[in-house]
Structures are given as C-alpha cells and as structure tokens.
Ligand binder design. Structure first.
Ligand SMILES: CC(=O)CC(=O)SCCNC(=O)CCNC(=O)[C@H](O)C(C)(C)COP(=O)(O)OP(=O)(O)OC[C@H]1O[C@@H](n2cnc3c(N)ncnc32)[C@H](O)[C@@H]1OP(=O)(O)O
Ligand SMILES: NC(=O)C1=CN([C@@H]2O[C@H](COP(=O)(O)OP(=O)(O)OC[C@H]3O[C@@H](n4cnc5c(N)ncnc54)[C@H](O)[C@@H]3O)[C@@H](O)[C@H]2O)C=CC1
Length: 279
C-alpha cells in the first residue's frame, strides 16, 4: 500500500515510521524542506535506538528508511491509497488541506485526519468525497502507543470505516470505533487533566516536579501530567482545550490562562526544548 503522511512534526514522523516498519511505501510531506529533514531525522534516530538495543538490525533500519520519501511536493501523493493528515490542529488549515487533497488525489484515496479533537464532518465538508473522509487518531509516541481511535463523520461510509479498521490492525494497532464528539474519548479525559495540573501549578499548590511525582506514584501514570503536556506539545493541548470549550460551551473546559501564557512564550514542551521542564 502507498500511504502519504501530511506534516512531518511530532505525530507525522511517528506515523510514517509505523507504516514503513510494516512494509508500506510512505510519502512524508511537509511545507518546508527543513521540516521534512527534521521529521526524517526523528525517524532515523528512533530506529537507531532500536538498532542499539538490538531490537532491529542495521539492514532492517536501512530498508525501513528506504521506504520513506520525504518531500515538499504535493504531486507525489496522487496515487496514494491512504492519506493521513497530521498538520496543525486548526479547522481552517485542515479544511484548506483537505480541499487540496481532494483535488490532488485519485478518486480511490481515503483521506484520514489525525486530528485530536476536531469535527470529521466539518473537515469532510471541504471535499467532494465525504464518504472517504475519516478520523484516524494515533497517540504519542505513535511507534509505541497501541491505540488508534477511528472516527466516522456523518457521511463516512461503512466501507471506508472497515478498510481503515483493517489497516489499523495490519499495522499492529488496536482500533476503537468512536462516534464524532469533541476530543473523542481519550483527549476529553486526558487534556482537561493536564489543564487542571497547570491550574494546580499556577495556584502554587505544589511544584511541577511534585505534581508529576504525585500523579506517577498516586495514580500509577507512566509520566506526570505536566511532562505529558510537554510531550504532546503545549500548543496542541491549548488548541484541544479551545475546541472542547467552544464546542461544549461549558466553562469546565476553559483553557487555563497559564497554559496560554506558556504558548505565547513559545515554551511548547519537548519540541522547543522547554515547557514545564527543560529538555
Ligand atoms: C494529544 C493527542 O491527541 C493524543 C495523545 O497522544 S495523548 C498522549 C498519549 N501518550 C501517553 O500518555 C504517553 C505516556 N507515557 C508513556 O507511556 C511512556 O513515558 C513512554 C512510552 C512514552 C516512554 O516510556 P519509557 O519507558 O520512559 O521510555 P523508553 O524506555 O525510552 O521507551 C519505551 C519503549 O518504547 C520504545 N520506543 C521509544 N521510542 C520509540 C520510537 N521512536 N520508535 C520505536 N520504539 C520506540 C523503546 O524501544 C522501548 O521499548 P522496550 O520497552 O521494548 O525497550
Ligand atoms: N502532539 C500529539 O501528542 C498529538 C497530536 N495529534 C494531532 O496531530 C496533528 C499534528 O500534531 P503535531 O505533530 O503535534 O504538530 P507539530 O506542530 O509537531 O507538526 C505539525 C507539522 O505540520 C506541518 N504542516 C503545516 N501545514 C501543512 C500542510 N499544508 N501540509 C503538510 N504539512 C503541514 C508543519 O510544518 C509541522 O511540521 C494535530 O492535528 C494534533 O492535534 C494527534 C495525536 C497526538
């Protein structure tokens, strides 16, 4: 199968790796060469770690890398069977991208979005093939996390859903069917928890280290909520809270002003070298 991933950031690079590891030909497309190179670099270093741990041979790594073409050229995606869009979490941008994809791709191509929270129905409305538009929501880090939420929009066909469910299983992930709703299942629970941790920090209840230690030892989470915010990207967390707040109109989803301040200060977490912790 030929798969195109749009966006070579935190998620796009990881998703490209997953498909290439499972033998698929991948086109990884971003808007600037430097972003493509950064994404390819992340995949290379992720696989290098596996070689070092003797979980993969250097030859296997080379074969996986050879299946991924990094590019800024949208023309390369024409004959893809599946596109997974992993660009920025903004509806205006996603609609623009899906309108472009609709023009650029063959009629057979399924157009999936890795959106964390947005309406698949609205994204699909930018295309003439809403039956072939679907949510395919991977989790960070994509090569490690087993879950994919599969989200149908109002017009998504059963055929598209079943194809994406089979692909999900084939790449070694567990898919769950989710009805369209802001934040789907996981993020409606997880991201407000991160937002609450930001509030606890802003109130001076405990230090960032102690908030995270408390949740690791007291709730058995693998990493604390502030470190998780840094892993996801605080800009992404903020955008998800905004979607929850706008869509539900419920003040319990209000993004914390301190989260907004961190984003304004470009302290976005791992991807900028500093968030609630330094990297
Ligand atoms: C915002 C959204 O829309 C949705 C979201 O994604 S929400 C975020 C969801 N993610 C989470 O909740 C993650 C929570 N954190 C964790 O589970 C863990 O901290 C973690 C899995 C990320 C890292 O675990 P860790 O034990 O500290 O790290 P590490 O030992 O380096 O890696 C764990 C395993 O993953 C593998 N791994 C790590 N990075 C990898 C990569 N890029 N490629 C392949 N494998 C990788 C390692 O080889 C290791 O495998 P083994 O255990 O077999 O040796
Ligand atoms: N960060 C996370 O933990 C998770 C994020 N997501 C979702 O995945 C999507 C991407 O998030 P991240 O990877 O974190 O963002 P990111 O900011 O790390 O990367 C986004 C990339 O998309 C690129 N891009 C922008 N416009 C583009 C276009 N027209 N064509 C191709 N590429 C374009 C940007 O240049 C950037 O490299 C968002 O919708 C986000 O909500 C989903 C699961 C987890």
């Amino acid at each position: 199968m030929k798969v195109c991933i749009l966006g070579a950031g935190t998620m796009g690079a990881g998703i490209a790796q997953v498909f290439a590891v499972n033998g698929h030909e991948v086109v990884l497309r971003d808007i600037k060469d430097e972003f493509v190179e950064r994404g390819m670099g992340h995949i290379d270093s992720g696989l290098a770690r596996l070689v070092k741990k003797e979980k993969m041979t250097a030859d296997e790594k080379a074969a996986i890398m050879s299946r991924i073409t990094g590019t800024v050229d949208l023309a390369l995606i024409k004959d893809c069977d599946l596109v997974v869009e992993a660009a920025v979490e903004r509806m205006d941008l996603k609609k623009k991208i899906f309108a472009e994809l609709d023009e650029a791709c063959d009629a057979k191509t399924i157009l999936a979005s890795n959106t964390s929270s947005l309406s698949i129905t609205e994204i699909a409305s930018a295309t003439k093939r809403p039956d072939k538009v679907i949510g395919m929501h991977f989790f960070n880090p994509a090569p490690v996390m087993k879950l994919v939420e599969i989200i149908k929009g109002i017009a998504t066909s059963e055929e598209t859903f079943n194809t994406v469910k089979s692909i999900t299983a084939e790449i070694g992930k567990d898919g769950v069917a989710v009805e369209e709703a802001p934040g789907f299942v996981v993020n409606r629970i997880l991201v407000p928890m991160i937002n609450e941790a930001v509030g606890i920090l802003a109130d001076g209840v405990a230090s960032a280290e102690d908030i995270d230690l408390a949740m690791k030892l007291g709730a058995n989470h693998p990493i604390g909520p502030l470190a998780l915010g840094d892993l996801i990207g605080l800009d992404v967390c903020y955008l998800i809270m905004e979607v929850l707040y706008d869509e539900f109109g419920d003040p319990k989803y209000r993004p914390h002003p301190y989260l907004r301040k961190m984003v304004r200060g470009n302290k976005l977490g791992r991807k900028t070298g500093e968030g609630f912790f330094k990297y």
